[in-house]
Design a protein around this ligand. Structure first.
Ligand code: HEM
Length: 129
């Protein structure tokens, strides 16, 4: 029998979550070209920003002070990309963790992805008028 999974509780857990998630993103046929081909993401800077982001949301550390939405607005992404992003994120959480913070991670991701997708779609439809 395998041991039950623990919840997301420490900075090391946040790092596991973020690193495992972006490993999946980097192997994904739909998302990897956006991160690497379109946005040319500097992973050495992006990963620490994402540790801060998830640490703020899940551990209440308030370390993240950025505004993520503007970085997403110019990207060529639609609901398909956000659905894939969520699938990979949920899979990462469920492979590694279980508990209230793990559930919270999925809820926050779903809410933010839904809001980003809506705002990008709205912006793109208005700009062709
Ligand atoms: C289609 C899905 C998504 C794509 C393709 C995407 C792509 C990107 C890219 C290219 C960046 C900029 C990295 C850089 O600074 O070079 C970024 C930053 C970021 N993304 Fe996403 N993203 C997606 C969804 C999400 C979602 C759902 C969330 C939140 C749950 C999120 C949170 C962030 C945050 C916090 C940053 C850092 C912004 C900063 O530097 O302050 N992203 N993303």
């Amino acid at each position: 029998m395998t041991a039950p999974l623990a919840d997301i509780q420490t900075e090391a857990d946040i790092k596991t979550l973020v690193d495992s998630f972006y490993d999946k993103v980097n192997q994904d046929d739909l998302l990897a070209p956006i991160f690497n081909g379109v946005a040319h993401v500097n992973w050495a800077a992006h990963l620490p920003a994402m540790y801060d982001f998830w640490s703020s949301l899940l551990l209440g550390t308030s370390r993240y002070r950025g505004r993520p939405f503007p970085k997403h607005l110019p990207l060529p992404v639609d609901a398909t990309h956000f659905q894939r992003w969520l699938n990979l994120f949920y899979a990462t959480v469920e492979e590694n963790f279980a508990g209230p913070n793990a559930d919270q991670a999925k809820v926050r991701a779903l809410n933010i992805a839904t809001m980003f997708e809506y705002r990008i779609r709205k912006y793109n439809s208005l700009s062709i008028l």
